[in-house]
Design a protein around this ligand. Sequence first.
Ligand SMILES: C[S@@+](CC[C@H](N)C(=O)[O-])C[C@H]1O[C@@H](n2cnc3c(N)ncnc32)[C@H](O)[C@@H]1O
Length: 356
Amino acid sequence: MPQDAAHIDHNKLNAFIGQMLSDLGGAASIALVRMGDALGLYKTLQAEGPMTAIELAAAAQVDKRYLREWLSHQAASNYLTYDPASGKFSLSPEQAMVFAIPESPVYLMGGFDLMAAMVDNQAKVQAAFKSGGGVAWGEQAGCMFCAVARFFRPGYHNHLVSTWLPSLDGVVEKLQAGAKVADIGCGHGWSTVLMAAAFPKSQFIGYDFHPGSIEAAQAHAREHNLTNVRFQVGTAKDYPETDLDFVTFFDCLHDMGDPAGAAAHVKQSLKTDGTWMIVEPMAGDRLEDNLNPIGRIYYAASTMVCVPTSLAQEVGTALGAQAGEAKLRDVISAGGFGNIRRATETPFNMVLEARA
Ligand SMILES: C[S@@+](CC[C@H](N)C(=O)[O-])C[C@H]1O[C@@H](n2cnc3c(N)ncnc32)[C@H](O)[C@@H]1O
């Protein structure tokens, strides 16, 4: 039945339209932000300081008419700062942290790559809604793998060695002395390489079932000239390593078809006093706990990437990216781990420690 106009609360309607305009503005920015990244526009502005459109066009070697329109969009989006008096555009220190400084903890370019890959995935996931089947990780559209690696890298770069590992009981001491470590579902291997560089006396092996990701990880390790890390294709349930001191899963347990089976395999691959670190997206246990900006992005990624990935595998548990600690604990303890605790957290991730 059509809504009676008399029942419309115009204040609520206006507020909602305001939200929609902001959302559409964000969605419309995906391609523009990625072009700014690919063409080096943010980096040039960051390096050179305030510039007019003509100055930036010359410095970045792009067409000045296109650039003027792009700059106008960026200023209207509050992604760049415009000074009408001088006609110059600049990146504030805060804008630079998001768009131009890959080492910053809030560098979000990978997020824009991820949004583009999710849009590309629509046809495959839409068909899966009808069939109930999955979309295998290796079949996802665009370079989902590159986008995911880039999205998570700032968190690992800024937290893994400095806070996440020290939050675990006795692990840093073992890594300093020389430990045997496996990083499972390692993707492009950023986490593995960070740990290998920080702990040269330990030996690291990264496993992932996606051959393309393992090739990228191997290339990445070569760039860092590390001799204590290697990468191999393998699943979470069949990697051959045993007597491990430490096993890590970064943002991948919920993607697996059989996370409880993976947990059991981790258990038998560890020494009796070994530790399993599980990094998972931050989430509360109930839907109503996750109705916030971070939950919103993770539920979208979960629908478009994580659930299809899990449903394409055996068992197809499909925990989803917002599983929450209680469901994760169930899966981890099903694998035989009796001691599980939340060791630390960031706004994007929770870090769980599991021991036998
Ligand atoms: C969201 S990505 C995270 C990648 C990487 N750990 C990171 O944080 O950048 C999930 C990864 O899990 C891998 N994966 C999913 N199911 C797997 C399984 N059953 N065995 C091994 N790897 C798996 C995927 O290939 C993918 O690289």
